[in-house]
Design a protein around this ligand. Sequence first.
Ligand code: LLP
Length: 425
Amino acid sequence: MSLEYHNDKLQFGGQDVTSLAGRFGTPLIIYDEVYLREMMRRYHAVLSSHVEHYSVSYASKAFTSLQMIQLLKEEDMEIDVVSSGELYTAIKGGMDPGRIKFHGNNKTREEIEFALSQGVNLFIIDSLDEILLLDSMADASVDVLLRVNPGVDVDTHEFISTGQTDSKFGLSISDGTALKAIMEIEKKDNLNFKGIHYHLGSQLSDPAPFVNALTAVYDWLHDHEIDIEILNMGGGFGVRYTDEDISFPVEEGFDEIFTRLKEVTSQYGFEMPHIIIEPGRSITAEAAVTVYEVGTVKEIPGVSRYVSVDGGMSDHIRTPLYGAEYDIIPVKKQTDDTGSISMNVVGKLCESGDIIGKDKSLPADTARGDLIAVKSTGAYHYSMASNYNQMLKPAVIFIAPDGVKEVIRRQTLDQLIQNDVRIEE
Ligand code: LLP
């Protein structure tokens, strides 16, 4: 991420952050388009160095918008969706339906109908009843993967750990349900079994669970003589939210993963499958910062200092929800000698848990009207934003070599009540 001070003023992607905040208002989410493209290219480079047939399928839940879809198209990316809304955005953004994969543990009848009518042809089946539902609705054969739980341990927050046996997602390979599902799919006229999907969890910095999952899944495929054309290893590649975090080592990690994959496929005499990966966060998280304006500063003598900003858990839910830590920096670098002190950066919403960062070191003279930037907010921030307290969703801009683009306008007050119905007496 190209974030640096120039004459003591923060610049992002070569643009002056204070001027951007003046032009677009705050809270403002600023993406570096160059970084987004670099990450997409990095995955292409790594996968193409190991296998002939692969897809990099961006998990659009991390951040989606029409311009994001445009970028994905330009960078030859495919896309995952989990709802009619994500699908609609992808289609409206011009994504080829043949490059869209439909995920989700509870796809509704309407969603399946919509996806089929748009020409989506790869569904990731997540449950036994979905097999019946999809087969009954498809009038020509659709390709399906089965989401399985390989039962490997991952080191991450409980809420974003998904590949274990006790999970609302997928079917377990250890209790026989995944095998049963494949047998059911094979019997259906309208379903074309193509392979296996798993997603182990998110924010993983260690390749070991991916390697272990390959062992578990291929032992199981071999035991039950199941042939697959496609293997989808999911996403979850970790990022640096703070300087202390370790990101997933993309090049070395995939070296280990593909070494194991080549071993297990040749050991059991399987063909190398078409590989799909589904990175979301690792493409977008470090590409963005959120800029807020400071308002009230409250000193509790001898206890703490609270710095309130003009957003909060309506655009920054990951700290309240997962205890996620972020680095927070001043937009104007401190030049005098007042020093930095520890303070709590909080939002303006009516919850004590509306915290952006506890005990963050910021200039002691931080005061109303100053700007601060929270780093690595490009994934699951805008997409998880809410209107709690009737807060407006922020504006989103992309910084690119050809200029600054407003890609999502700030919500307006009128938009907040546009669906409200007032019953006249
Ligand atoms: N594939 C599947 C099937 C997934 O469920 C997910 C994320 C991904 C790929 C992408 O994972 P990523 O590369 O972005 O880690 N709101 C949480 C994350 C929930 C993740 C849900 N699934 C957060 O803010 O950490």
